[in-house]
Design a protein. Structure first.
Length: 202
């Protein structure tokens, strides 16, 4: 009942390599005048990366995936837009605390550089009341856990409801972990979708 869905796409090698080369080139220019990240530090870009030419191919994949998700959910409205997109770079020892992305319908992350020890994302149970009683269990399963750890690779694209809290564990590798995050919202929401879902009696 009431499932929380996470969609996964793993890009084919040829597409992944081309997209990642463009992204790494763009990020290299953005960070050219910045000092290297120290252990435990992170860096985030501006939130308008989806407007750059270097991200065009990635967002062609994102738009295709989101259109499929809306069809799967049988949502009777297909107009959507990217409201923000940013890069996150985590040095060795850095982490990203649990958070969610307000004022959007879907959120996602694309993985550019992962390494053993820096190749997971944690999704947390969105049902706050479920944590009120936590009896001991014999083994963790999908039905009793309050956190799911998803392992990812270079070229993995995850899309999930924006209300779903998520975090990134400490980068246990010696290399930088690089990901691209984004948000999706329905176009013209106030004009088309924010009205009450019931009709007045006349």
């Amino acid at each position: 009942m009431f499932p929380t869905l996470v969609w996964r796409v793993d890009l084919e090698a040829k597409s992944r390599q081309a997209i990642n080369a463009e992204i790494l080139s763009a990020l290299g220019r953005m960070r050219a005048n910045l000092p290297p990240l120290a252990a435990g530090q992170g860096w985030q870009s501006t939130q308008r990366l989806h407007e750059l030419e270097e991200f065009r191919e990635l967002f062609a994949c994102v738009r295709h995936a989101v259109a499929g998700i809306l069809r799967f959910l049988q949502i009777d409205y297909e107009a959507f837009e990217v409201t923000a997109c940013w890069a996150t770079v985590l040095a060795s020892g850095a982490e990203h605390r649990a958070h969610y992305h307000p004022n959007n319908f879907l959120s996602g992350v694309y993985y550019v550089r992962t390494h053993p020890g820096a190749d997971t994302i944690n999704f947390h149970d969105p049902r706050g009341q479920a944590g009120i009683i936590r009896p001991p269990v014999i083994a963790l399963t999908g039905e009793n856990t309050d956190q799911v750890v998803v392992r990812v690779n270079d070229g993995t694209l995850l899309i999930f409801p924006s209300y779903l809290r998520h975090s990134v564990a400490t980068n246990a590798s010696q290399e930088e972990r690089i990901s691209i995050s984004f948000n999706i919202m329905f176009s013209a929401f106030t004009e088309n979708l924010s009205k009450p879902l019931w009709s007045a009696q006349e």
